[in-house]
Design a protein around this ligand. Sequence first.
Ligand SMILES: [Zn+2]
Length: 73
Amino acid sequence: MFVRKHLDARCPYCGSPLYYGLKSEPTGWKARYDCPEPEGCGREFTVGRIDRASVESEDDAYERARRLGDGGI
Ligand SMILES: [Zn+2]
C-alpha cells in the first residue's frame, strides 16, 4: 500500500499525524489511516470503502480517502 501524509488528521489515541492509503479489494478500495510507529502508536483505522465504479482513477480514490479524514477520523 502506498501511503500519503494527511495534513490535518491526527490520531484520536495519541495525537500523531496520520498517513492514509488505499487497500485494494475486488470491487474497490478500503480507505485506511495509519498511525505509524515509532512516532505514533501503530494503530490502523478503516474509515470507509470506495467503490471502483464511483471514481475516475486511483488518484480520485486517494482524494476521496483524504477527504474522509478531513475534520478527524
Ligand atoms: Zn496513534
